[in-house]
Design a protein. Structure first.
Length: 120
């Protein structure tokens, strides 16, 4: 979880410094909502993984697949809400969303892999 918190802080700093670095054209105005969403989803995923590790190791795979499915569905709902609201620059919003989706997913898989390596 520490790596995910570090990633969130780094992304938050990039979002904060984007106007000063000339990157504001590539970052959507609702960037803080996206970052808050990923922070909440990462925490939820972390809780599910702890639950999968704690009770019975046989149940880890269903917990992991459930967390992936929940992340995908919640992401689609989140994007759908912003599309329904008529968010301007929706293509920038969606591109920012999926770049962060890939970053957070990659970091969580790496963190999970490190934890699984200790148990094998």
């Amino acid at each position: 979880m520490l790596r995910i918190i570090t990633l969130t802080i780094v992304v938050g700093l990039i979002f904060y410094l984007a106007p000063y670095l000339g990157l504001s054209a590539f970052i959507h105005a609702d960037k803080w909502f996206i970052l808050a969403f990923y922070t909440a989803i990462s925490y939820f995923n972390h809780l599910l993984m702890q639950q999968g590790f704690a009770n019975d190791r046989k149940n880890f795979v269903p917990f992991y697949m459930g967390s992936i499915a929940a992340r995908l569905l919640l992401s689609l709902v989140f994007i759908g809400i912003f599309i329904f609201r008529g968010t301007p620059d929706i293509y920038i919003f969606i591109s920012n969303f999926f770049v962060l989706y890939l970053c957070y997913t990659g970091f969580e898989i790496y963190d999970l892999y490190r934890n699984l390596r200790h148990f094998s």
